[in-house]
Ligand binder design. Structure first.
Ligand code: SF4
Length: 429
């Protein structure tokens, strides 16, 4: 490894919105040390791979990415951070320079490591607090992700995240408001409020996610706010009240279901029944403007019989999701579910996930059809070959013809066509 002064960095992020937010913190930290960003791994002096370990496939992809970066640039300082940074999940023959596992003070620990490198600017770790080191932009993204919460202790039996991200912790409301204000001033028209289990925000303290939103919607010139994944137990009346009273907050709930069978929900230790989940959906439908429900569902969980799967399938149909992410169960180390008997055969799980995906397409098509001839507002994420694409308030993919560069703008679009994969229309600007 060269001891010459370093000049450039590359950050490669795998995984979820929370990881993407962390990736922005890492970029802004490396720039604070005087490094410049490059997109070419063979030009980077410092390469950070921010890993994901939520499934076996994700950990495998993280391992492959680390190896690829080492191969592309043997002289680079390769640093491994994120959920799969512990070598149990990303064991590789040539160990990276540093591993900085996730956890409360991960950014300080990363800074401590960076301090030992030949950086253009030496800062020392003073002043670097993981939860107060806020971002002011979101490179290569039209929507900015704002992490307000980290960690989880809900303890779903299949989930490795509590082991990796550790105990729940919150960002102070004033820090989140400062960050969202900077992102709004930087031109971001949509901010996605996220966390590992964002609905845990404020638990055990005299605060709540509703209180966080009450403060965020006061930001001048704020565009859209979208909430990321919620656990059904976190959809409080207080939250629905703030939501229904704030036009900035989009009528789209990602309410994570995981299974529609009570027996499987019990084995998953999700902490609710299908009926309780449905009550939460009904309460949201009563409070909000025809909200869209998107969700995550696992198939092939240990002990999921044909009957239980049919219950889950029928329940998803009853809710009428606008989008469903279907995952095949992936045993994770040291989780309760991995030690359970009755592990499901891969071919059976595959067949079930295909059936559920087909149902998802049918439900999406049904949900999109109701927007025929209506006007929606689209945040344009890209314009290519005269076609603009982006998402509506209800998180529906929208496309329309345009000759202008409307990137990052909110555009009214009259819908003329609907389909399973999205809707299209005419620009009304
Ligand atoms: S709520 Fe459950 S699935 Fe989500 S991070 Fe926590 S333990 Fe994992």
């Amino acid at each position: 490894m060269s001891t010459n002064q370093l000049h450039t960095y590359l950050v490669h992020v795998l995984g979820c919105k929370v990881n993407k937010y962390d990736g922005q913190q890492i970029e802004q930290l490396l720039e604070r040390y005087g490094l410049d960003k490059t997109d070419q791994s063979d030009e980077a002096d410092v390469i950070v791979v921010h890993t994901c370990g939520v499934t076996a496939a994700a950990a495998q992809k993280s391992r492959q990415t680390i190896r690829k970066m080492q191969r592309n640039n043997p002289l680079a300082h390769v640093i491994v951070t994120g959920c799969a940074a512990n070598d149990e999940l990303t064991q590789i023959d040539q160990d990276p320079v540093f591993r900085v596992p996730a956890g409360a003070d991960w950014l300080q620990r990363l800074a401590e490591q960076l301090d030992s490198l030949a950086m253009p600017k030496q800062h020392g770790v003073k002043g670097i607090e993981t939860d107060t080191f806020t971002i002011s932009r979101f490179n290569d993204h039209t929507r900015a992700f704002l992490k307000v919460q980290d960690g989880c202790d809900i303890g779903c039996s299949f989930c490795i995240i509590p082991q990796l991200r550790k105990e729940p912790r919150d960002k102070a409301i004033e820090d989140a408001v400062r960050e969202a204000t900077a992102l709004t001033e930087a031109g971001y028209r949509e901010i996605v409020v996220t966390g590992v289990s964002v609905g845990l925000y404020g638990r055990g303290r005299d605060s709540s996610l509703a209180e966080m939103l009450r403060n965020l919607v006061k930001i001048p010139n704020l565009g859209r706010i979208r909430l990321s994944s919620l656990h059904p137990g976190e959809l409080t009346e207080e939250l629905l009240e703030v939501w229904s009273g704030s036009p900035n907050i989009m009528p789209h709930l990602h309410l994570s279901l995981q299974s529609g069978s009570d027996a499987v929900l019990h084995a998953m230790r999700r902490g609710y029944t299908a009926e309780e989940y449905y009550n939460a959906v009904e309460r949201a439908r009563a409070a909000l403007n025809n909200p869209a429900f998107t969700t995550d569902v696992i198939v092939g969980f240990p002990g999921e019989t044909d009957t239980y799967f049919d219950e889950s399938y029928a329940f998803c149909k009853k809710v009428g999701f606008s989008q469903m992410h279907v995952f095949t169960y992936s045993p994770r180390p040291k989780t309760m579910a991995a030690r359970m008997g009755q592990q499901i055969n891969g071919a059976v799980a595959m067949e079930r996930s295909e059936r559920l995906r087909d149902l998802g397409e049918t439900m999406a098509s049904d949900y999109h059809r109701q927007f025929q001839d209506l006007e929606v507002e689209v945040l344009v994420e890209g314009v290519k070959d005269g076609k603009a694409t982006g998402y509506s308030e209800h998180y529906i993919p929208v496309e329309f013809q345009t000759s202008e560069n409307l990137h990052r703008q909110l555009v009214p679009v009259q819908i003329t066509e609907t389909a399973a994969l999205g809707i299209s229309g005419v620009n009304r600007l």
